[in-house]
Design a protein around this ligand. Structure first.
Ligand SMILES: N[C@@H](CCC(=O)N[C@@H](CS)C(=O)NCC(=O)O)C(=O)O
Length: 199
């Protein structure tokens, strides 16, 4: 059996895994899932129930960064940058974007600007790096960029007018535009119908 990836198009963790598999030119069967109705087989091999999951030979990789590392064994990942994204940035992004889930006094659909400010603070390391080179890893997009920008794309999309007008992270804004327009990103955002087991 070949490689199988359980994925969800809009999940930023799945995006980073798909980009790594794409640039590594790894063959795999793409299985698009609905998060509210995950396939039995996915849950059998990975009971924690998050995407992405890559099944390769007898191994099951159920962490997006493990999939990136498996696909790109020689790549260097800047873990301080990725830790800031997966840790404080993601924490505040969720509380900014889905404020009412975390604070019952907030009206559904409203954002929490205090968490927007803290999420922005968590981007200061990236902004600093991007003031020196077009991408985090240098002149070309690399693994740390791919691991990071899908989350910042989500942040920018919460209030697109604010993101476009806010001038405090100019390097990050230009970099994000370049990343979302890159061939690798456009190629991994193609739409797949939901996967269903045969029979
Ligand atoms: N640490 C995991 C996180 C993956 C994750 O949280 N994925 C979300 C979708 S973006 C998910 O599958 N959540 C489970 C659900 O919504 O049921 C990784 O890096 O792969």
């Amino acid at each position: 059996m070949g490689n199988i990836l359980y994925s969800f198009r809009r999940c930023p963790y799945a995006m980073r895994a798909r980009m790594a598999l794409s640039i590594a030119e790894t063959d795999y069967e793409h299985r698009e899932v609905l998060l509210r109705d995950k396939p039995d087989h996915m849950l059998e091999v990975s009971p924690k129930g998050s995407v992405p999951v890559l099944i390769t030979g007898s191994k099951v990789l159920e962490e997006s960064l493990d999939i990136m590392r498996w696909a790109l064994p020689d790549a260097e990942f800047e873990t301080d940058i990725i830790d800031a994204i997966d840790g404080p940035f993601k924490y505040h992004l969720d509380r900014y974007k889905y404020a009412s889930r975390y604070d019952p006094s907030v009206k559904r659909g409203d954002v929490d600007l205090s968490h927007r400010a803290k999420a922005k603070d968590a981007l200061s390391g990236i902004e600093q790096r991007l003031s020196q080179s077009a991408f985090i890893c240098g002149a070309e997009m690399g693994p740390t960029d791919m691991a990071s920008f899908p989350f910042i794309r989500q942040f920018a999309a919460v209030e697109p007018d604010w993101w476009a007008d806010d001038n405090t992270l100019p390097f990050t804004r230009d970099w994000l535009t370049a990343c979302v327009n890159s061939d690798v990103f456009l190629s991994i955002m193609q739409k797949f119908p939901r996967w269903k087991p045969e029979g």
